[in-house]
Design a protein around this ligand. Structure first.
Ligand SMILES: [Zn+2]
Length: 148
């Protein structure tokens, strides 16, 4: 069973506080080992940046995790309706590679659309692909309700 997620909101009045978001992820997922945490932080950075640059309204990040198997679920919501587009941009194009990274690091990712924008989600597991497995976690994660 996945515990309830923790929520981080990025407003649009300043540049997105991505380092604060990555610190929040580390605090929300204190039992992830370094490789797994790094992958989750990279994926959430890409998803939040996409939502901030191409979406609308505040960007809401929700994270939840299980340790059977060791897996983190990220959900990034914004009020924009256009879904993100994954692809391989021209080599001289500055942007457009984030979802390629997300696809490589996340076991699964996708988009849900609704009446109020879209949610891009990604599940990042360890012990798959190039990600080392965290040590076996026998007990469910205990998430700090106020990590910051
Ligand atoms: Zn792990």
């Amino acid at each position: 069973m996945t515990p309830p997620g923790l929520v981080f909101t990025l407003g649009r009045d300043t540049l997105p506080p991505l380092s604060e978001l990555r610190r929040w992820i580390a605090q929300a997922l204190p039992r992830l080992e370094a490789d797994h945490l790094w992958a989750v932080q990279l994926v959430v950075t890409e998803l939040a940046t996409n939502a901030y640059e191409h979406g609308a309204g505040p960007v809401t990040v929700t994270v939840s995790a299980t340790f059977r198997p060791c897996s983190a679920l990220l959900e990034v919501h914004d009020d924009g309706e256009a879904p993100p587009v994954a692809g391989f941009p021209h080599p001289l194009t500055a942007r457009g590679r984030g979802l390629v990274l997300v696809g490589d690091l996340a076991g699964e990712w996708g988009v849900r659309t609704g009446d109020t924008g879209k949610t891009v989600w990604a599940r990042v597991d360890c012990g798959t692909g190039t990600l080392a497995a965290c040590a076996l976690r026998a007990e469910p994660i205990e998430m700090d309700p106020e990590p910051c």
